[in-house]
Write a protein that binds this ligand. Structure first.
Ligand code: C5P
Length: 232
C-alpha cells in the first residue's frame, strides 16, 4: 500500500484553489475536494484539477437510499475521481449499491471509503439524538467491519484509531486520517491530533492535511515536510 499526503483544498472558489495549486511547480499533490468547492464550482472543478495531473479524493459523504447512491456514484466514477466516500450509517445494502454504481464497464473503479461516526458526534449525541447506546469506539469498529463486508476499501478515521482499524479489518483495509499537525504547529479547532511522523508509526495509509499546508507561509515547503515525515 503506497502511503500519500492528501491536501484538503478547503477553498471557496476555483480561483483560490488554482492560485494555491499554481505554487506547486515540481510535484502534483493528491488533493481533497469537499462539498463547499464542489457545490460552488460544479463538477468542472474535478475535471480541471484532474487535467492538471492531480489525483482527487472527492469528499461528498453520500448517504441516501441504495438506488440513489448507486446512480450518484456512477456519475462520480465517470468524473474519474481517484477516491470518494459515503456514510457507513447508510447500511451494508447502500454500500454494496455504491460499489456497483462506481464500477466501470472495464471493471475498474475509484477507491471507496466510509465515514464511520463523524468526529463531531460524541457519546452524548449518540445516546440522546441517535439512541445508540454502545460505546463510540465499538460503534466505529462495527461500522468499519460493515464497510469491509460490503466490499469497500477503507475508512476515514482519526490517526489514533488507524492501528485498531487495521487489527479489526486487516492491514490492506485503507485508513485515511485527518487531524494531522506538525509538532511545532497550531492545533486550531482539531481536538485529537498527531504529527505526520506519528501517523506513519500508527499505520495511517493516507493523511489528509489542510491548514498546516494551505495556511503556511510557504505551502510547498510545508507539503514537502509532510511527505518527508510521513512517506519517506
Ligand atoms: O485544516 P485541517 O488539516 O484541519 O483539515 C482537515 C480536513 O479533513 C478538513 O477538510 C476537514 O473537513 C476534514 N475532516 C476532518 N475530520 C474528520 C473528517 C474530515 O478534519 N473527521
Amino acid at each position: 500500500m503506497g502511503k500519500d499526503v492528501i491536501i484538503a483544498c478547503d477553498f471557496a472558489s476555483k480561483e483560490e484553489v488554482f492560485a494555491f495549486l499554481d505554487k506547486f511547480k515540481e510535484e502534483k499533490p493528491y488533493v481533497k475536494i469537499g462539498m463547499e468547492l464542489f457545490y460552488g464550482a460544479g463538477p468542472d472543478i474535478v475535471r480541471e484539477i484532474k487535467k492538471r495531473g492531480h489525483k482527487i479524493f472527492l469528499d461528498l459523504k453520500l448517504h441516501d437510499i441504495p438506488n440513489t447512491v448507486k446512480k450518484a456514484m456512477h456519475v462520480l466514477s465517470s468524473l474519474d475521481v481517484d477516491m470518494c466516500n459515503l456514510h457507513a450509517g447508510g447500511t451494508i445494502p447502500m454500500m454494496e449499491a455504491a460499489i456497483e454504481g462506481l464500477t466501470r464497464e472495464d471493471g475498474t473503479r475509484p477507491l471507496l471509503i466510509a465515514v464511520t461516526q463523524l468526529t463531531s458526534t460524541d457519546q452524548e449525541h449518540m445516546e440522546n439524538d441517535l439512541l445508540i447506546h454502545e460505546p463510540i469506539d465499538k460503534v466505529v469498529m462495527h461500522y468499519a467491519s460493515n464497510a469491509k463486508k460490503a466490499g469497500l476499501d477503507g475508512v476515514v478515521c482519526s490517526p489514533l484509531e488507524a492501528g485498531k482499524v487495521h487489527d479489526t479489518c486487516g492491514s490492506d483495509f485503507i485508513t485515511v486520517t485527518p487531524g494531522v499537525r506538525f509538532a511545532d504547529g497550531d492545533v486550531g479547532d482539531q481536538k485529537r491530533v498527531t504529527t505526520p511522523e506519528r501517523a506513519k508509526e500508527i499505520g495511517s495509509d493516507y493523511i489528509v492535511v489542510g491548514r498546516p499546508i494551505t495556511a503556511a507561509d510557504d505551502p510547498v515547503a510545508a507539503y514537502r515536510r509532510c511527505v518527508k515525515e510521513f512517506v519517506s
